[in-house]
Write a protein that binds this ligand. Structure first.
Ligand SMILES: [Fe+2]
Length: 170
């Protein structure tokens, strides 16, 4: 594996762990607001991001590469409403999609087809992450000032179940 690829994969570990940290902060805010369903939904998101980070980590070691573990940035804390949290999450997922696309581009250029194949799962996963946040934003938009509706949506989100990633490295 070329150094440029392994460095980008190490940076991706950091970005995925930052995602987990960001969503943990959103859980923190939502739990504090008493929106337990939304908070629960974000806690599952935290677990998914941790899984993503570990997949990149395991993939590096599977290719005899040592990961570089850098400091994780402090998460954004300026958001407060549910809509602000959802919009910040969507913007963050778009940033992650762009980051994965960048690695994909370099993998193709360097003819690293194994990494390209590994990344295929993440390309699809990012499509799902963005769609999830678009759907939540649409739902909350439809509710507007309807606090009873928000309460119902919160109850519905409480039923989200953690599912381990379908991708395995070894
Ligand atoms: Fe992720």
């Amino acid at each position: 594996m070329k150094t440029v690829i392994s460095e980008m994969l190490s940076q991706q570990i950091n970005k995925e762990l930052f995602s987990a940290y960001l969503y943990l902060e959103f859980h923190n805010i939502l739990e504090d607001k008493g929106l337990k369903g939304f908070a629960h939904w974000f806690m599952i998101q935290v677990q998914e991001e941790r899984d993503h980070a570990l997949l990149f980590y395991e993939y590096l070691h599977h290719n005899n590469q040592k990961a570089t573990l850098n400091a994780i940035e402090k998460p954004e804390t300026t958001v407060s409403t549910v809509m602000e949290i959802l919009e910040a999450s969507l913007a963050h997922e778009e940033f992650i999609t762009a980051s994965i696309n960048d690695i994909y581009e370099v993998a193709l250029r360097e003819k690293d087809y194994r990494t390209k194949e590994f990344l295929d799962w993440f390309v699809k996963e990012q499509g799902e992450e963005e769609a999830n946040f678009h759907e939540l934003i649409d739902n909350v938009n439809l509710l507007g000032e309807d606090s009873r509706g928000l309460y119902m949506l919160d109850r519905e989100l409480a039923s989200r179940v953690y599912v381990a990633p379908s991708l395995t490295v070894s």
